[in-house]
Each structure stands twice: as structure tokens, then as C-alpha cells.
Design a protein around this ligand. Sequence first.
Ligand code: KG4
Ligand code: ZN
Length: 443
Amino acid sequence: MNTKKTIRILAIETSCDETAAAVIGEENGQPVILSNIISSSVNLHAETGGIVPEVASREQMKYMVPVVSQALINSKHEIRNSKQIQNPNDQNSKPVSDFDIRISDFYSEAIFELQNNITHIAVTAGPGLIGSLLVGFNAAKTLAYARDLPIIPINHIEGHLYSALAEEFKISNLKFKNNDKIEKLKNEKIFPALALTVSGGHTMLVLMKNHGDYDIIGQTIDDAVGEAYDKVARLLGLNYPGGPEIAKLAEHFRNRVHSTQYSVPSQDKNPEYCELSTEDSRSPIVFPRPIINDGTFNFSFSGLKTAVLVKVKKIMAENNLQSATDINLRTKEEIAAAFEEAVADVLTFKTVKAVEKYSPRAVIFAGGVSANHYLVESLKLSLDTARDRKVKSIEPDIQFLTPPKEMSGDNAAMIGLAAYYHIQRGDVSDWSSVKVDANLKLI
Ligand code: KG4
Ligand code: ZN
């Protein structure tokens, strides 16, 4: 008898420094995240001020099997949220789970799940660090071969696009209770969607016309936004990853300004300056908004990073400082806030222009940098403002979608979600034909 099994995807992501695995199931014809495990080696890279590819892939080799096993076990118990795990192979650690499990039972329980319930394997095929990609890719390929399962190679950026749908449809941590939500997805009311995806490796505006049907309408011509955050943080002597560090300093500045109503003198404003932010008071330092008025949807951030470098050197010279680390905290906060204002202005300006041109039903903001609260609020505010201006081309009920916090950075659940829609389209592969590509293009 040929009974069709419910879809259960084991997804693996290792494109950068994370080792991640997740299981995606299906309920009421919709994807549901059953587990989502992320193990990061970011602390090791904090010491070196950036990712050392070989260190990342060696860690991924150590963590791959425990992470996959934990994802399989958690899926059985439907422990859906991401969780940092320790390596059960380490002497001083045990598998971390929300229930008690002996190490001797750990792998046998995982293998049972794999053998009995998993129907598909999904894996990030690129872009990313080749040494890291290969660890997850080979693991996935081997599992597909050994279990004779279809495999779905996924573009990492497509995964980030799908991470933003997790929140909207509440598939990250609860079952569907609200039928409206189910209807919404079924009717595909989010398409066309305009996705701004921003991370350490890419910055792109993508028009999602439907599942799997994308146009890239703009992208960075040099550095990615996250890369600019990381480089500016390094200039200021802050730890890697720099995004959260800069965000923290900028936030301190804004809190301070709000309590004293400090205001920026208008003559300090740069010619490329453009007033778009949520704040009525800004940093007294003003950096350029590169290519904001070039009429394209492209971005450029390397000049912004250079402007910060020039400013930092000037402050060091004026104050006779040996190192940027010695710059006083208040000034660092002003630099961080000014940098973030410039980034927010450029991202929001171009996104709103693209919304006016393409009339999307939803705007998606995804990728590691989308964890940034100020950028999220700036985007929301400028969309609201544009809608309130009653610009004809802007949909009155346009939605703003961004991933839940635990899915803004790299994770495997987003890879599994993207794979779910590939399966719906019959777009699955065989282990013998899939290829990994460090420079894989979205289209
Ligand atoms: O998507 P992701 O985890 O990995 C890549 O695919 O690159 O993104 C990592 C990037 C890093 O550059 C990191 O500094 C940045 O996201 N990031 C942030 C924040 N949290 C992480 N950037 C700005 N603000 C944040 N709160
Ligand atoms: Zn990423």
C-alpha cells in the first residue's frame, strides 16, 4: 500500500560561522517549524575581529552531527524555538534540551526520527564560505544518499526572504489557530512583495512576484550593510560582529539626546543629507548618504566606511590619541549614531522609491542586519509616511514583514521554509546531481 507521508524536511545551513539544522513539518497545508537549532562559533571570531574561515569550518565539522541530532529530537517533541546547543562530544557538556535525555539515547532517538519521519533534505548550496558550505552540503548529500530521499539545494538569500514569512504566519513558534492567517497565505496576498535583504554578505532589493519568481531590482555595488557595520565597529575598536555593538552605542546616543533634547545645527548637514529618520534630533556628526540620488535601486557603503575612517583619524589627531579605542565614549556614540542615520536614510529612501514604482502588497526586511531596531522603525515610519501622503501607487493595506529575532541571523528553519515551497512546485533534486557554489546567484 502506498501511503503518502506528510512532508517533513530536515534542513541544514552552514554558509558562514553557524552550524544550523531545523525540521519543517506541514499542518493544514502550511509549513510549520518543528525545531530550529543554531550553534554559533561567533565567540571564537570575536578575538580575531572577523571570521577566520578555517576556524569556522573546523567548528562546523565538530557540531554538524550533534546539531542535526538535536534538531531531529526536538522536532519529535515540537520544541520549536532556536536554541544554542553544546556539543555532546565535549567532555564537559551534555546535550542541551528541554527534557532529560541520556547521551546513550541521544543519537539513537535522532536516528529513529530520521529513519521514520523525514521525507526531504534541504541544504544551503551557496552563496557563502566554501569550506563552511561544504560541511553542511556534504552532510546533507550523504543523508539523502543513505536514506534515498529527495534533496532541495537552497540559495541562502532566498532563505532570508522566507525567514520574514515565519512571523507573519506564526509558523515560528505556534500552531495555526487563526484561520484568517491560513487564508492569507493561501491567497498569496503578500505578492508581489518587495524584499530588502541585508546581511554581512549581501544587500539587495528583490521583487518577489511569487514563490520562486524573483527580480533583483538593486544591490550593493561594493560593501554589504552588515560588512560596513562590522568594519566601522573595528575602526572604533569594538568586537566582532560589529552590528549589535554599533547599534548599542547609537541607541545610547539617542537615549541621551531624547532626555536633553539636543538638536543638530543645520549648517553641519552634508549636501547629500536627506531628512528621513524617525528622530527629530540627530548626531552632531553627519556622514554622506552615498548614491542616494542616483536614480537607481543600488547601494554603496564603502565610501561611508571611509568617511567614518577619516573622521576617526581627525579626532585622534586633534586629541593626540594613539588608538581609536581611546576616543571617549560620548564621541563614539555620536559616530555610531551618525553612521546608523546615514544607513537608515539610504535604505529607507531607496525602499520607498521602489515601493512607489512596484506597488508591492508587502515589504519584507530580512537578513542579519534586520535585527536592528532603529532600521526597522525607520523603514516602518517612512512607509507609513508615504502611505499617509496617499501616493497613488502605494497599496493602502501594504504589510511590513520582518523575521522574528531568532530568525534574523543565519538559521536552517528559513532554508527549510524556502524548500517547502520548492517541494510544492515539484522542484526537488537527486543527491547525485546537486552542486555547491560559493558564488551562487539568486537568479
Ligand atoms: O545574515 P547574517 O547572520 O549572516 C550573513 O549572511 O552575512 O548577518 C550577519 C550580519 C553581520 O554583519 C552583523 O554585524 C549584522 O548582521 N548584524 C547587525 C545587527 N545584528 C547583526 N547589524 C546591525 N544591527 C544589528 N542589531
Ligand atoms: Zn545570512
